[in-house]
Ligand binder design. Structure first.
Ligand SMILES: Cc1cc2nc3c(=O)[nH]c(=O)nc-3n(C[C@H](O)[C@H](O)[C@H](O)COP(=O)(O)OP(=O)(O)OC[C@H]3O[C@@H](n4cnc5c(N)ncnc54)[C@H](O)[C@@H]3O)c2cc1C
Length: 415
């Protein structure tokens, strides 16, 4: 029989590690505190599972991880994930480089993992929460590979020659069971944990009065400002809701912005609702519109200009009556209304928090993790997935990391 391996956590990284280890003949048990495997995986990509991206490079990850990611992606990159998915029987497709199962269902991926784990004879213990990992045989300085470990759960204790900790982070709905247990387990083992923050998350507005009651989606450019400094700038489909702002461009910028907000810094989002107009285009649009000033109300006038909900936001921001007749509004006032469509400021209060975030920024310090995913203090313990201090942009990068780290750990653990 091969190496006896315990994988703590049956999410994307843990299941991937278990498959690679078991394919190499290891005796693998997954301990999963939820009643099902891959709960979060089943919710990814709006239920479609954007598992990787053809536009893959280390720059898509947090700056503190970038250098290490280069090496990890060269060992196991996007083509390896594609081949792995094929080996699980999943047919895949690319949408502008974003990779999904053709089925359009994340559950397809979870089911394929479950079937493969079953075929390989991997045991799964459901409903047990790992509490600690400790060394059974004392540290053998001459042969640290001989360490064996005890994994204690709320109900049992298990012995293993290798332990892969894949408990994820803090992001996701309550049902994903993301309560950050791994940070505590790793801390007990002497690892250092970098401060954690929700990432890939939207923001609450400080002034909800001006936000659209029914919510609106629009393509825009959004800049995040600290005073006059632009700390992040993104373009894409925004979602404005009655209490805040989210959508992919906001999520992409959220890593930096959450940290600044938590430090108590005043951050404004400045939205350009005409992102595809350059200065000249916009000025000629303005001119044309100014010629149309007549007996119509401000709201009627603006409704030809942009989306009605956005118009209402602008009118509220300008503190003007929507029924005012255009002919009574001065040209300079109209110009300042138009300008606010290109520089619509929202003061941010806070992020929506871990439960609405897609990934955790921070976690087990990469200084404690070697290139083969073993931890510096123990040759037989591995840390993988979201638990480590790695977070990527929106677009399949976080699942790529889960599979990269999981595959390396599973392979190395089985040797
Ligand atoms: C709504 C949403 C959408 C997302 N969409 C995408 C996407 O399209 N593309 C992308 O790349 N990323 C996406 N992500 C991020 C991605 O899901 C995560 O990066 C990835 O799931 C992390 O994998 P993991 O295995 O490290 O952690 P998880 O998937 O969180 O798995 C950890 C597992 O460990 C278990 N566990 C925790 N503690 C214990 C314990 N003490 N004992 C036993 N078991 C334990 C948990 O129950 C869980 O099953 C999304 C996230 C969310 C929340």
């Amino acid at each position: 029989m091969g190496k006896k391996i315990i994988v703590i956590g049956g999410g994307a990284a843990g299941m991937c590690a278990a498959v690679y280890a078991a394919r190499n003949g290891a005796d693998v048990t997954i301990i999963e505190k939820n009643t099902q495997l891959g709960k979060k995986l089943s919710m990814t990509g709006n239920g479609r599972c954007n598992f990787s991206n053809l536009n893959m490079n280390a720059g898509m990850y947090n700056s503190s991880a970038e250098k290490r990611m280069k090496g990890w992606l060269s060992v196991y990159g996007v083509l390896d994930v594609i081949n792995f998915f094929k080996s699980l029987g999943i047919v895949i497709k690319s949408e502008d480089g974003y990779l999904y199962p053709v089925s359009g269902q994340a559950q397809t991926v979870v089911d394929a993992f479950r079937n493969e784990l079953k075929r390989l004879g991997v045991k799964v213990v459901y409903g047990e929460q790992a509490k600690s990992v400790s060394v059974i045989k004392g540290n053998d300085a001459e042969n640290p590979d001989n360490e064996t470990y005890s994994v204690v759960t709320n109900l049992n204790s298990y012995e293993a020659e290798r332990v892969i900790i894949a408990t994820g982070g803090l992001s996701g709905a309550k049902s994903t069971m993301s309560t950050g247990d791994g940070y505590y387990i790793c801390k007990q083992l002497g690892m250092s944990i970098k401060d954690t923050y929700p990432a890939l998350v939207g923001f609450k507005a400080d002034d909800c009065e001006i936000m659209p009651e029914n919510g609106v989606r629009c393509t825009a450019e959004i800049s995040f400002l600290l005073g006059t400094e632009v700390v992040a700038k993104e373009y894409g489909e925004l979602q404005l809701t009655s209490d805040g702002v989210s959508g992919i461009p906001v999520m992409q910028a959220s890593g930096k912005v959450v940290r600044l907000l938590q430090e108590g810094k005043p951050i404004f989002a400045s939205i350009n609702f005409f992102p595809d107009y350059d200065e000249e285009d916009f000025l000629s649009l303005e001119k044309e519109m100014l010629r149309l000033r007549d007996n119509r109300s401000l709201l009627e006038f603006l409704n030809g200009f942009h989306n009605s909900q956005i118009n209402e936001m602008v009118i509220k921001r300008m503190k003007m009556g929507s029924t005012m007749k255009m002919k009574n509004i001065s040209e300079s006032m109209v110009i300042s209304i138009f300008d606010s469509y290109r520089n619509f400021k929202i003061k941010l209060k806070d992020s929506y928090g871990y439960q609405k975030s897609q990934v955790t920024s921070g976690g087990v310090s990469l200084g404690d993790i070697r290139d083969d995913m073993t931890v510096v203090s123990h040759n037989g313990i591995f840390v993988v997935g979201e638990l480590a201090d790695v977070d990527g942009r929106c677009g399949g990068y976080n699942l790529q990391w889960a599979f990269t780290s999981g595959s390396i750990a599973g392979t190395v653990a089985s040797l």
